[in-house]
Design a protein around this ligand. Structure first.
Ligand code: SAH
Ligand code: AVI
Length: 322
């Protein structure tokens, strides 16, 4: 597991040597069009802001998925083998895993993987207090760079990838992720994946443009993080949250739009912005049940079962690859 490394706060004005965060920021802000990878939303503040998003009236995906899990957890758990290790990709506050763990006596240990290391450690401490009989092995790192898990983790593994975090990948990246997850979990393994569904553009628009402005704060926190960790001087009042549904690509796009022509410094790098120019910060792809099944089948997985309320879906997939 490649543990996420960023430059320590204000350490280097010259951005040398480049940590992974610094290198990705330089690459993204010198590219045309400008973009930044969404995985950098999640420092301690970003993870807490995401938790607030999940409670917003407009953000239906979490409510939908929680109620699907509450209704069908026993059936989902019955697909997992005895003595399984449950590996969660992007565990956040583990709220959804708690539902499965509550009914699945067949789960021997829980392995939450998350890039937001401080948040992950706090969450694991709470889980250990609440579930003292469960072995918990948190892994702080990037789940797109997965290598072998520690040998101590049970050989029969099940994967859990809720939240529609898979929608934050480009479809070809989602396919590569599914292939790598298959290698990590082993032949015959079950993967439970939460996938948001395409629906009315108005409902989608509101989910990413909440009235309270929490999603805007979540998006802008990326600039706060660059200022703090990489010595940037973004003035937050000169950038706006933009989120809209791109129907051709079946995805919500999030951007940070420069409200005027300006220069921003990040260490020694100077970045020019035109008025209205944006940094593309996230895509959130929306699938149909059939389009997601086709993606999974093309990546070595056999669809076993799907649970849906029409807004959101949870798929059980079985790994068919060697
Ligand atoms: N599973 C939770 C949280 C979803 S939010 C839920 O369903 O509510 C997405 C989570 O994935 C965040 O906790 C974020 O820190 C984590 N994450 C995003 N990109 C990641 C990456 N490349 N590697 C590891 N974790 C990542
Ligand atoms: C984690 N991920 C699936 C969320 C989403 O809906 O794409 C992140 C998010 N971005 C804005 N609001 C929530």
């Amino acid at each position: 597991m490649n543990v996420h490394q960023a430059l320590p706060a204000k350490r280097s004005r010259a951005l040398e040597p480049l940590g992974e965060f610094a290198a990705d920021v330089v690459a993204g802000l010198t590219a045309k069009p400008k973009s930044l990878p969404p995985k950098y939303f999640y420092d301690l503040t970003g993870s807490s802001l995401f938790d607030r998003i999940t409670l917003l009236p407009e953000y239906y995906p979490t409510r939908s998925e929680l109620s699907l899990l509450e209704k069908h957890a026993a059936e989902m758990a019955s697909l997992l083998p005895a003595g399984a290790a449950l590996i969660e990709f992007g565990s956040g506050s583990s709220r959804k895993a708690r539902i499965l763990l509550g009914v699945a006596a067949n789960i021997e240990c829980y392995v939450p993987i998350d890039i937001s290391g401080d948040f992950l450690r706090e969450d694991a401490a709470k889980l250990r207090r609440d579930l003292p009989n469960l072995a918990i092995y948190p892994v702080a790192g990037d789940f797109t760079v997965m290598s072998e898990l520690s040998a101590g983790i049970a050989a029969s593994r099940a994967g859990f990838f809720p939240g529609s975090t898979i929608g934050n990948f480009e479809p070809h990246e989602a396919a590569s992720f599914l292939r790598r997850a298959g290698e990590m979990l082993g032949r015959g393994a079950i993967l439970l994946v939460g996938v948001d569904l395409a629906k009315s553009p108005d409902v989608l628009y509101r989910a990413y443009n909440d009235a309270e402005g929490v999603t805007a704060k979540f998006n802008l926190n990326l600039l706060v993080r660059i200022n703090r960790e990489l010595g940037g001087n973004f003035n937050l009042t000169n950038f706006e949250h933009h989120a809209f549904y791109n129907a051709d690509k079946s995805r919500i796009e999030m951007h940070l739009a420069s409200t005027k022509r300006q220069k921003v410094r990040i260490g020694d790098l100077t970045v020019d912005f035109r008025a209205g120019e944006t940094i593309h910060t996230e895509n959130s792809y929306k699938y149909s049940i059939e389009s997601f099944r086709a993606l999974a089948q093309g990546s070595g997985w056999v669809p076993v079962q799907v649970w849906t309320d029409g807004l959101f879906s949870v798929h059980a997939l079985r790994n068919a690859a060697d």
